[in-house]
Design a protein around this ligand. Sequence first.
Ligand code: ADP
Length: 308
Amino acid sequence: MRLILLGPPGAGKGTQAQRLVQKHGIVQLSTGEMLRAAVAAQTPVGMQAKDIMASGALVPDEIVIGIISDRLDQPDAAKGFILDGFPRTVPQAEALDELLKKKQIGLDAVVELRVNESALLQRVESRVAEMRARGEDVRIDDTPEVLAKRLASYRSQTEPLIHYYSERRKLLTVDGMMTIEEVTREINRILAAIGAVEARAARKADAAKRTAKKSKLAAKSKAKKGVGKAAGKADTGKAAKAASGKSAKKAAKRAGAAKKPAKASRKAGKTPSKAKKSTRKAAAGSRARAIGKSRKAAKKVTKRRAKR
Ligand code: ADP
């Protein structure tokens, strides 16, 4: 499974990603986490990203695209992944499309977690309080001021991706205002639904293939029967019509062969009229002969009379 989680800071992308990882055995690829690790390790990328992240702005596209490209090449990503926090701009989305195309892998869905902006500050404040309570390091960008900046970056640079993926028929929107449990259930439900839709489409295509095969066979046998019919009743048109595709051509050929005897039989049908003609001829002939006979007989009588 290959997914993108889309949503503003505090929407719950990280939380849901972890749940999906557990359920589907795939990896979570969070650019935020990777960048934070780079900052902590003081790598060249980390040095470049540190101040930008602290301000709530976005790190340059080339940097995150490079990180993601390398990460996708690692063997654990082969089974599937959830992209959390990437892409965050349209150029990043386009670069991802290219990367996936090159690697010949497809994206299953983009899950958008939709939340009310008014709830976000509250959420981030609670997260900060919980982390402090657990004694964990708090993110330096999790302050009301920086959060406002992160939200502004989201609205102007990331929100256009909703349209981008919706146009490409990849977008699935989930109400992120429900409880964590409910959101997880809803994500799993829609993911199963696209699976089901794909399965249904495959079943439909199969059924269509079987129907086409059946009608081909039926047309073939009908065409065969049609040839028999054609020989007897000269019903070639129907036989050819009943058949379809290749079998129709074959049937038409066979029916054509049967047309000759049919024509012949029609010609034979004309014989009675010919016979009538000849009967008439014969009758006329015999009448003529009869007249001739009587003429001869009359001549004989006149000859005899003249002799007397
Ligand atoms: P959140 O989603 O809560 O804003 P993240 O952990 O995803 O937090 O990101 C933290 C910071 O890391 C961002 O504010 C930004 O500076 C940087 N960052 C993370 N992902 C990207 C990205 N894809 N493009 C640019 N900057 C990013």
